[in-house]
Ligand binder design. Sequence first.
Ligand code: FES
Length: 187
Amino acid sequence: MADEASIDPAHDTGEGVRRRDFINIAAVSFAGVGGLAALVPLISQMSASADVLAESSTELDISAIQPGQAIKAVFRKQPVFVRNLTPAEIAEAGKVDPGSLRDPQTLEERTKEGKTNWLITMGVCTHLGCVPLGAGEGEVKGEFGGYFCPCHGSSYDTAARIRKGPAPKNLEVPPYEFTSDTVVKIG
Ligand code: FES
């Protein structure tokens, strides 16, 4: 029976190798074009009830996110959480001595000046990459009120800092900027 090992060795001639190289180069080139396309800002409108936005979104209208609410968006094919913290959640984050944390950071260091209520992080657990709960309506937030990863029980606080469980780092803050009071550009 023919299998990989019995394929004609002529396929492994220099020509075959060059052909494979071409295919690889073509694939890389395509990825490059895709990467550039991803840099082009795409506006995605958000309704109050929608918590999942188009995968290609890099600019988000956050005007409908009320204090205490969060949405899930997608940035570079990975989930991103955008959360409007309540004053109580901000105060809760401020109570913690950063020096006592596994990955020491203040909420201020994880947010933009004057906008500490807007917590924008990747929705990817820093343990093994599951998507934590807490951004969707009704999802459990874990014992520290931020996010909870159901895969192995990592709990993040209201600044999305790791507080308990196996995850080594806080949820990553992606590069972003506010292009207006209500629009944030991620990336
Ligand atoms: S992947 Fe989140 S705790 Fe393991």
